[in-house]
Design a protein around this ligand. Structure first.
Ligand code: FE2
Length: 198
């Protein structure tokens, strides 16, 4: 058995993302934690009669990555908004890595923002691939479809409509992307990078 605990985030007032939206969003995050635990419990119960419950067990197991990644993605997201906006340090290892791979920080940022505009509900993710010592960014549908095997999440931008629905119409989601970066604490992202590369 395993269990997961709901994390608490110390989020002050954000620029361009209302406290109402954050409040509602945190409730959704809590739902993923609850349901990741619920699947775990149900599977354990149903395993008492695995043959009889084979179909339900299969479907619950299939759904686990949706709940688990829904939980974990949001933990990356909310923790990156803690502590207020901070820029990525000029000489920082992450900045050097980005510049080395993408030519400039702005070129990378432009590409990432375009990735975030992908149609549909999902996430724009920046990963570190230790197998090739490279940063890779990718779109993840829903919470889990398209997560990159063996890569470590460095930065996670929630592009589900629930992330901005109280603040922007769907046709203006670009403004939400700008608001996310206006609040992003790059020190957290740098720490994520250093932890996975040390
Ligand atoms: Fe979300």
């Amino acid at each position: 058995m395993y269990t997961f605990e709901e994390r608490k985030f110390n989020l002050g007032a954000l620029e361009g993302i209302s406290s109402k939206n954050i409040e509602e969003h945190l409730k959704l995050y809590a739902g993923y934690v609850k349901n990741a635990n619920l699947i775990t419990e149900k599977v354990s119960e149903l395993m008492k009669n695995p043959d009889e419950n084979a179909y339900v067990l299969g479907e619950l197991s299939r759904r686990f990555s949706f709940e688990f990644n829904g939980m974990r993605n949001h933990e990356y997201y909310f923790s990156s908004l803690e502590g207020g906006h901070k820029n990525l340090g000029e000489g920082s290892k992450l900045k050097q890595k980005i510049e080395g791979q993408f030519g400039s920080f702005d070129a990378w940022l432009d590409g990432f923002k375009r990735l975030a505009m992908t149609r549909g509900v999902g996430w724009a993710m920046l990963y570190y691939d230790k197998h090739t010592d490279q940063l890779v960014h990718a779109w993840v549908d829903e919470q889990h479809l398209g997560q990159l095997n063996g890569c470590q999440v460095i930065l996670a931008l929630d592009m589900w409509e629930h992330a901005y629905v109280y603040d922007y119409p769907t046709s203006e989601k670009k403004k939400y992307i700008e608001a996310f970066f206006a609040n992003l604490n790059w020190e957290v992202i740098e720490k994520n990078f250093l932890e996975t590369t040390k």
